[in-house]
Write a protein that binds this ligand. Structure first.
Ligand SMILES: [Zn+2]
Length: 377
């Protein structure tokens, strides 16, 4: 019996739209808001029908919803010169210091040449609305295009910007440039080997490389004055992680990252995605969820066997069963699907996670990734 998560109560068309949006924005750098059809407010709303004008508030109860749907770029002031800019799916972080701006990430979806937002707002415009000081430092949270492919536009506007990354990210970008001369991620010119500091006047950010959490060379970005910690693509406050444990390259590293995050005395967590910033409880909840996925995947591997598959082939014709057993990939696929389903049923019916948005969308993918890790890592 599958659980009914709160996210399921969101109208089907909106859930589909979100999944489609996620595929577009996580999958490529050329997506623009214009690709996203506006939601229909006339149909599919649950009972009782909420006031259309409160739709965003209504969706906010479910962990927030991409604001692309309403074409808006938000700048969130965090105090002491710290800001987050988001269109509802991606987040950039910046600090305004006496000598200029320290910017972390330049997601193309925040409006850079080649990919503007629905309303024509841009990340540079959002920063210029706060300060007329130049961008002195640009930090790459990690190597992925969907978070930093707007960097070329930042460098074009501020040719003397210092670009910081881990040495793993530098290596990855050097390889990317060797294969694609049009890559829009300029090579960094300031490398973080283990830990370094970036300063602008009284603003200070510590950058540290603590091993793979999501991708090799992730940086932990720590603003001690504001007690803000940013680590991208690991924890998504109030939501389960994006598909397949946020597409991590290292499941053990992903789990370990939670302890690394919690070791900082932060009060505000920036995860890089969606509308919400987080707190310590969000990181702890995500860890609790991931450990539950690990337990459930282990239990599923202990209960599902290849013998179960022969039960399924028993109802096939001999000819079909013969073909089936000639194809080890098909057999193994059946086994993996069964393990994944048993695991997902356990986690989705766990009341502790009933309030996490997209529980029913991505739990199976997390189970699939986790059981692979338990079998192979
Ligand atoms: Zn990423």
């Amino acid at each position: 019996m599958r659980s009914v998560s709160k996210f399921r109560k969101v109208p089907t068309y909106l859930r589909r739209q979100f999944v489609m949006l996620a595929v577009i924005v996580f999958g490529g750098v050329n997506a623009s808001a214009q690709d996203i059809p506006a939601p229909s407010f006339q149909s599919g709303l649950p009972d009782p029908v909420p006031d259309v004008f409160n739709l965003v508030d209504f969706l906010d109860e479910f962990g927030g919803f991409p604001r692309h749907a309403v074409g808006k770029l938000d700048t969130i002031e965090l105090g002491n010169g710290a800001y987050v800019v988001t269109e509802g799916v991606y987040q950039a972080f910046f600090l305004v210091g006496r000598r200029g701006v320290i910017l972390v990430d330049a997601p193309p979806s925040l409006g850079v040449p080649g990919a503007t937002t629905q309303t024509g707002e841009t990340l540079l415009g959002a920063i210029a609305a706060v300060t007329d000081r130049p961008i002195r430092h640009l930090v790459y949270s990690h190597e992925h295009k969907d978070h930093i492919a707007g960097a070329a536009a930042i460098r074009d506007a501020f040719p003397y910007v210092r670009i910081h990354s881990s040495k793993e990210t530098l290596g990855s970008l050097v390889r990317a440039h060797a294969q694609d001369s049009n890559d829009s991620r300029p090579l960094p010119n300031r490398i973080v080997h283990h830990k370094s500091w970036v300063r602008s006047g009284r603003q200070v950010v510590q950058l540290s490389d603590r091993g793979t959490a999501h991708s090799p060379g992730d940086l932990y970005i720590w603003a001690p004055r504001q007690k803000i910690l940013m680590l991208v693509d690991v924890v998504f406050p109030k939501w389960v992680p994006f598909s397949s444990l946020a597409l991590t390259d290292d499941v053990r590293g992903y789990i370990n990252a939670h302890d690394q995050i919690l070791a900082f005395p932060f009060e505000t967590f920036i995860g890089g995605h969606l509308t919400r910033l987080g707190g310590r409880d969000d990181v702890e909840k995500n860890l609790e969820y991931v450990l539950a996925v690990r337990d459930a995947a282990g239990a599923a591997l202990g209960t599902v066997g290849f013998g179960d598959i022969s039960d399924e082939t028993a109802v096939m014709s001999d000819a079909d069963a013969f073909v089936y057993f000639q194809n080890p990939f098909a057999l193994f696929d059946e086994f993996l699907q069964d393990v994944t389903q048993v695991c997902a049923d356990i986690v989705e019916s766990d009341e502790r996670f009933a309030s996490m948005a997209a529980l029913d969308v991505f739990t199976a993918s997390h189970c699939f990734t986790m059981q692979n890790s338990l079998r192979l890592d």
